[in-house]
Design a protein around this ligand. Structure first.
Ligand code: NAP
Length: 327
């Protein structure tokens, strides 16, 4: 059998797979991400890929023996799930192990925007800082403010816990009502998406990118927000209309935005680079040693399970057992 990874990984995939399924050929790049374009997938049984890799019907046609695609991410918007299911290919993702890291980054962005940390850092580095001033870089405190969480799943609830820790009131909007007080996240009130955008002092996106959430934050939603409000996006860039966001920021209709993800990564709308009140991160939500190692391990576990004919963990599509090679 043959396992192919589009990227180097922080675990020894080859050692683990060959120990579990002797004789398997495992191909992992020595460094970085090589992508799918040049890979020979004709005889691949398993593929480990990143959110950068588009898995669609054309790719699956290149890999007729594939039985599992292990996506080293929790988001699966890079994968045509219907095409994979139709081809009998199991798709797995990496939930839970990146939840706290991503919520930490989202909260870091919220604090950075509220306290104008990006502007402050640039001022110090520029050499133009003339010293303490009573009216310098006046920001907002978070205590007593309302945090609006869009997508009250794993990361959304972890964000809510952080909000509570900072004395914030938490409201959320989610297609499924998880109840008025979800135990792990503490008290949080479910509201409509319109009420959330209109009343929150900070809106943080934690929904997946789907046809329903694409450009969820558009000009109309931004117009609903308070001019003192902050938008945080660690979900996916496609959830936000970046041109509309840049307009709102330039026209001072929002206090600021903290962004980790962009619609056309690695390109960033130039107007966002210049907009006031913006703190930008390079898609590092899950970028801790612990999270990235655990994500890679979940991919290895899924590949090994599938090669052994078992149901892989974190299966996100409905592929019928016995999970064996299609003829
Ligand atoms: P999750 O546990 O599945 O939570 C997502 C939540 O969003 C679910 O409660 C889901 O409800 C809800 N949702 C779906 N459609 C919605 C809509 N139209 N409006 C409001 N809520 C909606 O996923 P997670 O583990 O928290 O991850 C969330 C997302 O974060 C991922 O999909 C990924 O794109 C992103 N992420 C980014 C980074 C980063 O590096 N920046 C890292 C990790 C994850 P249902 O369950 O009812 O559908």
């Amino acid at each position: 059998m043959r396992v192919v990874s589009t990227s180097a990984l922080p675990i020894d995939l080859a050692a683990q797979v060959t120990a579990a399924v002797p004789g398997t050929i495992v191909e992992v790049p020595a460094h970085g991400h090589v992508g799918l374009a040049g890979l020979d997938l004709a005889s691949a049984d398993a593929l480990v890929c990143l959110l950068l890799d588009r898995i669609d019907a054309a790719l699956l046609a290149r890999a007729p023996g594939l039985r599992v695609v292990a996506n080293c991410a929790v988001g699966i918007d890079n994968i045509d799930l219907a095409a994979a299911t139709a081809a009998g290919v199991c798709v797995t993702n990496t939930p839970d192990v990146l939840t706290e890291a991503t919520a930490e980054l989202a909260f870091a962005l919220l604090i950075a925007v509220a306290r104008r940390l990006g502007e402050g850092e640039r001022l110090v580095r520029s050499g133009a800082w003339t010293g303490w001033a009573l009216d310098q870089l006046i920001g907002q405190g978070l205590l007593g403010r309302t945090l609006g969480v869009v997508g009250f799943g794993r990361i959304g609830q972890a964000m809510a816990r952080r909000g509570h820790g900072f004395g914030m009131r938490v409201i959320y909007a989610d297609p499924v009502d998880t109840g008025p007080s979800s135990a792990p996240a503490g008290p949080a009130e479910r509201v409509s998406i319109d009420e959330l955008f209109a009343t929150a002092d900070a809106v943080s996106l934690h929904c997946p990118l789907t046809p329903e959430t694409r450009q969820l934050v558009n000009a109309e939603r931004l117009a609903q927000m308070k001019p003192t409000a902050i938008l945080v996006n660690t979900a996916r860039g496609g959830c936000v209309d970046e041109a509309a966001l840049a307009d709102a920021l330039v026209q001072r209709k929002l206090f600021g935005a903290g962004l980790d993800v962009y619609a056309r990564e690695p390109a960033v709308d130039p107007r966002l680079l210049d907009a006031p009140g913006v703190v930008l991160a390079p898609h590092i939500g899950s970028a801790t040693t612990e999270a990235r190692t655990a994500m890679a391990q979940l991919c290895a576990d899924a590949v090994i399970a599938a090669l052994r004919g078992h149901r892989p963990g974190n299966l996100v599509n409905n592929v019928a057992p016995p999970w064996i090679r299609r003829s």
